[in-house]
Design a protein around this ligand. Structure first.
Ligand SMILES: Nc1ncnc2c1ncn2[C@@H]1O[C@H](COP(=O)(O)OP(=O)(O)O)[C@@H](O)[C@H]1O
Ligand SMILES: [Mg+2]
Length: 257
């Protein structure tokens, strides 16, 4: 059991590319090392399973619903038994593919407050993270999971923005709230979906956040994402190589690429 995994949360406004960035990080980590990686789709808008080429059978929301049903049906299992059952269900919900494990929060459709699922997610991160070298969390858009301390254990806060003022404002807010509520070691920003160098220069001059790198709007990524194809099959490109180097520097040269 490893006690100090690198836990990366990928945060930002909706549509800026959190899921694509998360998938590219997971791809780099799992292709370039034998490290054990846990990828978590923590966005109720769901989507990380597609670029990772993973089928989801059970989500955290499913587990929560089953538990509620059992309790409503008068299940008299004691608390310790329930905790064991929960552990077993979570273990079952983790999909595995070589050195990669995957878990999705799911899209809550039933009644009840969504923060219960977030609370469960927080405990799951705490329980599972120690079994992995890297945990990559594709976070819900906005600041909610940060302000509710779901991301408390995160060591690397990775902010993603597009060129828009809205995107830049959201990462600014997330960073500010995270400094209050989480104790991450490092934070940094990726400007994604850039049009050209002129746009890159313009947005870089407008942020005070530490810059990890920039990513030009990339045709292969757009096409693969449109078709729901696995990013593991993306053709090599300068853009991805540059992205990998930027992320690796952010993670303190975590793996050989
Ligand atoms: N670097 C990129 N190049 C091309 N398209 C991208 C890139 N990053 C994201 N996209 C596209 O932008 C849209 C939103 O990306 P997504 O990762 O789903 O954002 P989020 O998870 O933040 O909502 C998708 O259609 C995706 O294909
Ligand atoms: Mg997403």
């Amino acid at each position: 059991m490893k006690n100090n995994p690198v836990i990366i949360a990928v945060c930002g406004k909706g549509g800026v590319g959190k899921t694509c960035v998360s998938a590219l990080i997971v791809k780099m980590l799992s292709e370039s090392s034998s490290a054990k990686i846990l990828a978590i789709d923590a966005d109720p808008a769901v989507g990380l399973s597609f670029p990772l080429g993973i089928n989801v059978n059970k989500t955290i929301d499913d587990i929560r619903n089953n538990l509620i049903k059992r309790l409503e049906n008068g299940d008299r299992t004691n608390r310790d038994e329930l905790v064991k059952l929960l552990d077993y269900e979570i273990f079952n919900a983790v999909e595995e593919k070589e050195n990669l494990a995957f878990l999705a929060i799911g899209r809550p459709e039933g009644d009840g407050c969504y923060c219960q699922v977030n609370a469960l997610l927080k405990d799951i991160i705490k329980d599972l993270a120690g079994n992995f070298d890297f945990v990559v969390i594709d976070a819900e858009a906005g600041v909610e999971q940060i302000s509710r301390r779901v991301m408390e254990m995160v060591t690397h806060l990775l902010l993603v923005s597009d060129a828009s003022l809205k995107g830049r404002n959201v990462v600014g807010t997330i960073h500010r709230v995270a400094r209050e509520k989480c104790s991450f070691e490092k934070s940094g920003l990726i400007f994604n979906r850039m049009q050209d160098q002129q746009e890159i220069d313009a947005v870089i001059s407008k942020t005070n956040l530490p810059l990890i790198g920039t990513m030009i709007e990339n045709e292969s990524i757009r096409n693969f994402d449109r078709e729901g194809k696995s990013f593991f099959d993306l053709p090599p490109s300068d853009a991805i190589t540059y992205f990998n180097h930027s992320i690796n520097a952010f993670l303190n040269k975590a793996v050989d690429i």
